[in-house]
Design a protein around this ligand. Structure first.
Ligand code: MG
Length: 385
């Protein structure tokens, strides 16, 4: 129930085949910043406090893809679409009619950038008209062109707006209008209501809510949906009796080993914390408490792999990981390539995205006195905003 006391459901039209997109799977299931395009708008509506039911209309062939796209989201089981977009909308409206809402929003799955403020503008407008659509003024000069590319005329831009979705309607009005318009090809739901003689208002649309039609639209949209973040990590372990140290997952012979609950791989610990830091996911101790006997002598590559899994679960990727090992001994240089290869394997990224460096502290401090090894790392990641 919305604050105004009106119930509102949303229909997301996702039954199309996306021929213009030219991918092997339907456009709405293509990943955008790590999640299917469709799941972005489903998620936006499912968390909106004024939306009661999220009803997708899908193609019969896409049920498995749909189920994967909505995992964890509060959405209603889908209904199957018809032969045209218009027919699919009618199927969606009919599915809602048994428990009809006061208002319905109809949204295209190919607009993943819909946001709560835009939804609010459309819903607020429904207090004043039976139909409301978001629209943007047309910025480019418009030309009418013949099939040879020759300009026939320049179209006056005054009073022209580009229509977006979600388009909002009084439910009973749009259902009646759609049933009356069956068999007549109309380009959007607003046109269906206009055809029945009812008023449709526009409210400001949003440039982020543009439609993905081509692969280049998708690439453009990824840029607006991903951001770069940097995390840092730091760790220290002290020496104890032993004959080797583990650094970056590589066994390096030495006069001592590092003391720790796990294998004490100080470099991988710093790297893990850097990735966790970049996604605000706490630190290594929170994920793998030393009090847990399961991590006794554990290979630290487990920790780095876990941080990478968390990053990927957020649709993220590792752009670069830079690790610095601080010690007098052992010499890191002879092992550097093996260390880069090791981190690259554990993290599942190309070696070119990994850097391992070393420094001494000129005999100063605890590392200078060879009491232990310190490491620091910075991780640069791309994640969904
Ligand atoms: Mg540690």
């Amino acid at each position: 129930m919305s604050p105004s006391g009106h119930t509102c459901d949303v229909i997301i039209v996702a039954a199309g085949r996306g021929q213009r997109f030219g991918a092997e799977r339907p456009k709405q299931y293509t990943p955008l910043a790590g999640r299917p395009i469709l799941s972005w708008s489903l998620a936006a509506f499912s968390i909106h406090p004024r939306i009661r039911r999220v009803q997708a209309v899908i193609h019969a062939d896409d049920r498995a893809s749909f189920d994967a796209a909505v995992a964890g989201l509060r959405v209603h089981p889908p209904v199957l679409g018809g032969a045209s977009r218009q027919e699919s909308v009618v199927r969606g409206l009919e599915a809602l009619s048994a428990n009809a809402p006061d208002y319905v929003l109809i949204h295209d799955a190919a607009r993943p950038g819909v946001d709560a403020a835009l939804v609010d503008r459309v819903l607020d407008g429904l207090a004043h008209a039976p139909g409301v659509i978001p629209a943007l003024p047309v910025a480019d000069t418009l030309k009418r062109v013949d099939s040879n590319g020759r300009i026939l005329e320049t179209v006056a831009r005054t009073n022209l707006s580009a229509a977006q979705t979600p388009q909002g309607f009084h439910f009973d009005k749009i259902l009646t209008a759609h049933l009356a318009a069956r068999g007549r090809e109309l380009t959007d739901d607003a046109a269906v209501l206009e055809h029945s003689g009812l008023a449709v208002l526009t409210v400001p649309g949003s440039t982020a809510n543009s439609k993905i039609t081509t692969q280049s639209d998708l690439i453009q949209m990824e840029h607006t949906m991903l951001e770069t973040r940097v995390g840092t990590g730091c760790d220290v372990h002290r020496f104890t009796e032993g004959d080797h140290v583990m650094l970056c997952g590589v066994r390096v012979p030495h006069t001592h080993k590092l003391l720790g609950h796990s294998d004490a791989d100080v470099a991988l610990h710093a790297a893990t914390d850097a990735i966790l830091g970049a996604i605000g996911a706490g630190d290594i101790g929170a994920h793998f408490p030393p009090s847990n006997a399961a991590y006794k002598n554990a290979p630290s590559e487990k920790f780095l792999a876990h941080a990478m899994a968390l990053l990927r679960a957020r649709g993220g990727s590792l752009t670069h990981l830079d690790v610095t090992i601080i010690c007098e001994r052992p010499k890191i240089g002879p092992h550097r390539d093996a260390m880069v290869a090791s981190i690259s394997r554990i993290a599942g990224v190309e070696p070119g995205r990994v850097s391992v460096k070393a420094t001494t502290t000129e005999g100063l401090g605890f590392t200078g006195r060879s009491e232990g090894i310190a490491a620091q790392a910075s991780a640069t990641v791309r994640v969904a905003i």
